[in-house]
Design a protein around this ligand. Structure first.
Ligand code: PRP
Ligand code: URA
Length: 236
């Protein structure tokens, strides 16, 4: 148990007594996209199961990252180009501008690899945020975002959207680097985190594989999958 000290001197769990929206309230939000692909649902079942060991868990995160990458990149802009096939010249199209992926460390690493398998020339900008388990506030500890930016879009990727604190901070950091077009990509979200993220950054699309029921009093998503970082990297 991780009690938190409050002003009245009581020890409370961090989400104890905090009202949370239900799924129906969040499902109406305009920029929330929840995958309904059967392959995604199948992989998510394996990911959640507690007996799934770290190597398989990491592989599944990557595969789910690739599926989310397909869904989230559906509206990317193209620019025309001319190429020559072995037979003749033709007009064709390429993705317009660079594409950035910001994994929120650590757990975002597997998702970023999934994106990279779909679009190999993405730029990966690492950003380290650690959630304090008592306050549930995120603190930045690592930042490899470049200053020269010429991107069509940047995807902030992190498997778990719990209170939304890490995602909100990560997107604020990206905006301070003048990134205009940002989407958030996650695997499992709680309604509370989705609502907070939508309110803090209403211009950001949110792509997730599942909207779960709620946060427990410790701030973990239920039913969820436990700790996404520990399960990817075997740090139990
Ligand atoms: C987890 C997760 C998110 C964050 C979600 O990371 O990967 O980044 O918590 O919680 P929030 O929505 O309440 O901010 P954690 O800080 O535990 O770090 P890790 O990836 O190194 O395990
Ligand atoms: N971070 C995780 O890894 N899992 C949760 O359920 C919440 C935050």
């Amino acid at each position: 148990m991780i009690p938190t000290n409050t002003e009245d001197g009581q020890h409370r769990l961090p989400m104890e007594g905090i009202p949370q929206p239900n799924r129906a309230e969040v499902l109406q939000l305009p920029r929330v996209h929840i995958s309904s692909h059967p392959v995604m649902i199948h992989k998510l079942t394996a990911l959640r199961a507690k007996q799934t060991p770290p190597p398989e868990f990491y592989r599944l995160v990557k595969e789910i990252g690739a599926l989310l990458a397909y869904e989230a990149t559906e509206d990317l802009a193209l620019q025309e180009c001319e190429i020559e096939t072995p037979l003749e010249k033709m007009h064709s199209s390429r993705l317009a501008g660079g594409i950035g992926v910001t994994p929120i460390l650590r757990a975002g690493l597997g998702l970023a690899e999934g994106f990279r398998e779909v679009i190999p020339d993405v730029q990966i900008w690492h950003l380290g945020l650690k959630r304090d388990e008592r306050t549930l506030r995120a603190a930045e500890y690592y930042n490899q975002l470049p200053y020269q930016v010429d991107l069509q879009i940047c995807y902030a990727v992190d498997p778990m959207l719990a209170t939304g604190g890490s995602a909100i901070d990560a997107i604020s950091i990206l905006k301070r680097r003048n990134i205009k077009n940002i989407s958030y990509i996650g695997i499992i979200a709680a309604p509370y985190g989705v609502l907070k993220l939508s309110q803090a950054h209403p211009d950001v699309d949110i792509y997730i594989a599942s909207l779960d029921e709620r946060l427990n009093e410790l701030g973990y998503i239920v039913p969820g999958l436990g700790d996404a970082g520990d399960r990817q990297f075997g740090t139990f």
